[in-house]
Write a protein of this length. Sequence first.
Length: 346
Amino acid sequence: MIVPPETLYRPLFPEDYDQGDPYILVPPPEARSRFRYYVYTTGEDPDSGRAFPVYGSHDLVTWQRLDEALLVGLQSSHWAPCVRYLPQLELPFVMLYSRAIGVGPQGHVGHTIRRAHARHAEGPFVDSGHVLTDDLDFAIDPDVYRAPDGSLRLAFAMDFVADEPYGTGIVEAAIDDDLTRLIDPRRILARPQHDWHVFEPSRVMPWKTISGIDWSRHSVRWHTVEAPVGGLVSPQGKRVYLYSGGCFYGFYAVGALVEEKGELRDVTGGKHDFVIGPRPEDGFYAPGHCSWLQLPDGQDYLLFHARFGAPDAKRQMALAPLHWTGDGLPTASHPLIPDNLTPSTM
């Protein structure tokens, strides 16, 4: 299958609705009910009590908006779903996602990673009662993948406030085959280290306790490395992780970690070495929070969100081919973004 070039680096399903944090699922043929490809995005419908809009496609070109996938049952903020197919289960489609304690000012507070399940890819998903990060005050952006040794791993983002730089980083741990619990200690994949990782230079977060910080008098320089993508291996056989960094409503981009002598090295210092970065001169802003797709011909693609036409445009899901440099570094950059994407087209 070849994805037409005119489909790439532009909204797949333009609409006046935010499509943040897109996650793509390709069920096996025996598990398909309606479509070959499904994409789940962050979003709430308070009237129906559901979250996570779903989009279906047979060819990655033409998409259909379906219903929200998750029955939420309470007013809260739900972010960044990840869906896997587990054929051994009676309800084989399993969603991991994060839920806050509320909405509005509490929409960033108390996120834990939870589990839900469904009989069909489009849902409805129902929370199964499993909380995978009940020891943390903030955990988001789950991604499940197979490690080179065949084990299932969960990567996600969590906050680090014991020492500077304060902010969100990414970790991973082994997870059981039914995605109900973590089965070994978390290990750090990456914490922020570059200037482009800054989320906000002077942030006040009264809901979070940081030693020595009095929020009535202080602010902190807050950084963000989030949205991990695992399971990639370079042509040289090295483990590769993607991540998103910066501020999702400001400067945002995708970086990479590459295994070097058994350790992960952040290869994205900024400027010209993003896996995919903004191109304001082409009306292309804040690309990030990607998921990974490999087609049968071996071509890798990233599904990501970006803002097209204006820095405050609603996020829209888009597709880009992922290539590898001669040094084994991932890149999805494109020299020319379509020039017919303006705020009026969105």
